[in-house]
Design a protein around this ligand. Structure first.
Ligand code: ZN
Length: 154
């Protein structure tokens, strides 16, 4: 999770919402990702998707069996769906996301009774650090926006 936090900082440095993810296969870190939908002009470029894609390339398989995905923020519906398709074994996330969280905050995709694959989900790991990073980011962005509004337009 510490590595995922460092990757989230990388996203933040590029003006992206700070979310980072790493994929571990049998105790070996095989892939990483950080949020980059704005810079990539790609609505699907969430940290988890980037890490899953890189993991698939590393394993040369679209099924990512025996892997654990660590991510700093509770995944959204899209990422939760991708994890189920990828057949990861375990998800470990940091902060809860009360706006788009699909691991129980707004919906629980992983525990849907008809889902064809089960993922062991563990949330709240280093959640204080993960949510503080997000809070700082949004606070700074609001301040910049406020300041931007006071700048006279040409
Ligand atoms: Zn997502």
């Amino acid at each position: 999770m510490r590595k995922a936090i460092l990757l989230a900082e990388k996203a933040q440095a590029k003006g992206e919402i700070p979310v980072g993810a790493v994929l571990v296969h049998e105790d070996k870190l095989i892939a990483e990702g950080w949020n980059q939908p704005i810079s990539d002009h790609d609505p699907c470029a969430h940290a988890e998707i980037i890490a899953l894609r890189a993991g698939g390339q590393y394993l040369q398989n679209y099924r990512l069996l025996n892997t654990t995905l660590y991510v700093t923020l509770e995944p959204c519906i899209m990422c939760a769906g991708a994890m189920i398709h990828a057949r990861i074994s375990r998800l470990v996330y940091g902060a809860c996301d009360q706006k788009t969280g699909a691991a129980g905050s707004i919906i629980d995709v992983f525990n849907h009774p008809d889902m064809n694959h089960r993922i062991l989900v563990l949330g709240g790991i280093l959640s204080d650090e993960c949510s503080a990073m997000l809070s700082r980011f949004f606070k700074q962005r609001r301040a910049e926006k406020k300041l931007g509004n006071k700048v006279p337009r040409c």
